[in-house]
Design a protein around this ligand. Structure first.
Ligand SMILES: *Cc1c(COP(=O)(O)O)cnc(C)c1O
Length: 395
C-alpha cells in the first residue's frame, strides 16, 4: 500500500461530499457504469452476477469453497431480514448483541418474524464482550444463533468480533454477523472468524450505489434453510437455489446497481483491497478526529473503540451551538454530515467512508471551524453530562 499520489477528485456537478455511512460519495466511474441497460436473463448480466459473487467470496476469505454469496434486492435491512428469516429455523432461538440502533433493529426483525430471541442490550455504545456472551450461552442452552453487529454505525463503535466469535464457536452455536458498514474495509475472514453467515450491502465500504445487499453464508446453512422463510421474496434459500440453477436473480435485479458495484469492486481491488481501503479510511478518521479535537470537539468513544467508518462527536455545550445551523453551514461548504443517535446526550456524526481522502478531511475540519465562528461558538467543549456519560466506557 503506497500513499495516494494525488488527492482523489471531488465529486462532479457540484455535488456535496456525503459524510454519511451510505449512501456515500461514489467514484465518477462507478456512476458512469450505470449508463446502459441490461436484460436480467441475458448471459452478459448472468456473468456479471457470477463475477460479483465470486469476488465477494474472495474478499470474505472463503478459500475452501464452503460459503456461497447470495445477493438480495433492497437495502441492507432486506438482506438482514432474509438472513434471519431463512437461516434461523422456526424453532430456533437467537441471542442478539445490541449496542445501538442496528442491533435493536435485528431484534425488532426477529419479533416480526416470530423467532424466539433474547437481547443483551449494552445501551448506546458499550461493547458486548466475549465473556458475557459466553455466560449467556452457558445459561441458556436453547439459544441456537447469535447476532453480532461488526461496526455499530449508530455510535461508530467497532465491536470486538473475534472474542464474540470465539465464545460462540466453542459453544457450538451459530454466529450471524451484520458487517454492513465494515465489510470491504475492515478484515473479516471467515477462515478466522467462524460464522454461519455475514451480511453487507452495495452502498457501504465497497462504495457502490444502493439497490441490493448480499449474504455470504455457509453452504450447509443454506441447504438446511429450505422451508424456514416466512417470506416469498426474502427467502434466501430459494434465491440461492434459483441462482445456482439458472445464474439469475429470482425477481427483477437492480441491474444498474450491479453494474456500478462491479466497477466499484475494480476500484476497490486497484486500491489494494480490504487493506488499502481500510488504510485510507483510517487516515481519513485520524486527520478528521485530530482536527476536530483541535477545535475543542470531543469524541464519544476513546481511540480504542473508534472505527474507521463513522465517528460520533458530542455537541458543544455553548448555547450558541445549534445543530441544524451547524448542519446548514457545513452543507453550504459542500459537506453533508449526520445527526447523532445517542439517547442520553446531543451528538452528531461524521462518516469517513466513500470516495474521499485525507485532503478532503482537512477541508471538513476547516469548514467546521468556519461554521463555529459564524455561529459565534466560543468553545466546542461538550457539556459535563456528556463527559460523565463517556466515563462509563472506562468503568
Ligand atoms: C446501513 C446498515 C444497515 C442497513 O441499513 P439500510 O438502511 O437498510 O441499508 C444494517 N446494519 C448496519 C450496521 C448498517 O450500518
Amino acid at each position: 500500500m503506497t500513499e495516494p499520489a494525488a488527492p482523489l477528485p471531488a465529486p462532479r456537478l457540484g455535488e456535496p461530499f456525503l459524510l454519511t455511512p451510505g449512501p456515500l460519495t461514489t467514484d465518477f466511474a462507478t456512476k458512469e457504469a450505470m449508463l446502459r441497460d441490461w436484460g436480467s436473463w441475458d448471459s452478459d448480466f448472468r456473468a456479471m452476477t457470477r463475477t460479483l459473487c465470486d469476488r465477494l467470496l474472495v474478499l470474505a476469505g472463503d478459500r475452501a469453497g464452503e460459503y456461497a454469496c447470495v445477493p438480495m434486492q433492497g437495502s441492507g435491512s432486506f438482506a438482514v431480514e432474509a438472513m434471519l428469516g431463512s437461516l434461523v429455523p422456526k424453532d430456533g432461538k437467537v441471542l442478539v448483541l445490541a449496542n445501538g440502533a442496528y442491533g435493536l433493529r435485528a431484534a425488532e426483525t426477529l419479533r416480526y418474524l416470530g423467532r424466539a430471541h433474547t437481547v443483551i442490550d449494552k445501551g448506546d455504545y458499550l461493547p458486548p464482550r466475549g465473556a458475557e456472551v459466553a455466560a449467556a450461552l452457558d445459561a441458556d442452552p436453547a439459544i441456537t444463533h447469535v447476532v453480532a453487529i461488526h461496526c455499530e454505525t449508530s455510535s461508530g463503535i467497532l465491536n470486538p468480533l473475534a472474542e464474540i466469535a470465539e465464545a460462540v464457536h466453542v459453544r457450538g452455536r451459530k454466529l450471524l454477523i451484520d458487517s454492513m458498514s465494515a465489510f470491504g474495509a475492515i478484515p473479516l475472514d471467515v477462515g478466522e472468524i467462524p460464522c454461519a453467515a455475514l451480511v453487507s450491502s452495495a452502498n457501504k465500504c465497497i462504495e457502490g450505489v444502493p439497490g441490493f445487499g448480499f449474504v455470504i453464508a455457509r453452504r450447509d446453512a443454506l441447504e438446511a434453510a429450505q422451508g424456514n422463510s416466512h417470506s416469498l421474496a426474502l427467502d434466501l434459500h430459494a434465491q440461492w437455489a434459483y441462482m445456482e440453477k439458472t445464474g439469475q436473480w429470482r425477481y427483477t435485479p437492480p441491474t444498474h446497481a450491479v453494474a456500478a458495484f462491479l466497477k466499484a469492486l475494480e476500484i476497490h481491488a486497484a486500491e489494494g483491497g480490504v487493506a488499502g481501503r481500510g488504510a485510507r479510511y483510517a487516515r481519513n478518521r485520524d486527520v478528521m478526529v485530530a482536527g476536530m479535537r483541535g477545535l475543542g470537539f470531543e469524541t464519544l468513544l476513546d481511540d480504542r473503540w473508534l472505527s474507521p467508518i463513522i465517528v460520533t462527536f458530542f455537541c458543544p455545550a455553548d448555547p450558541a451551538f445549534v445543530f441544524q445551523t451547524f448542519y446548514d453551514l457545513m452543507k453550504a461548504r459542500g459537506f453533508i454530515i449526520y445527526p447523532g443517535k445517542l439517547t442520553v446526550v446531543d451528538s452528531f456524526r461524521i462518516g469517513v467512508i466513500g470516495r474521499m481522502d485525507e485532503h478532503v478531511m482537512a477541508r471538513v475540519v476547516q469548514a467546521a471551524a468556519d461554521a463555529l465562528a459564524e455561529m459565534g461558538v466560543e468553545s466546542a467543549a461538550p457539556p459535563a453530562a456528556a463527559l460523565a456519560e463517556r466515563a462509563k466506557l472506562a468503568a
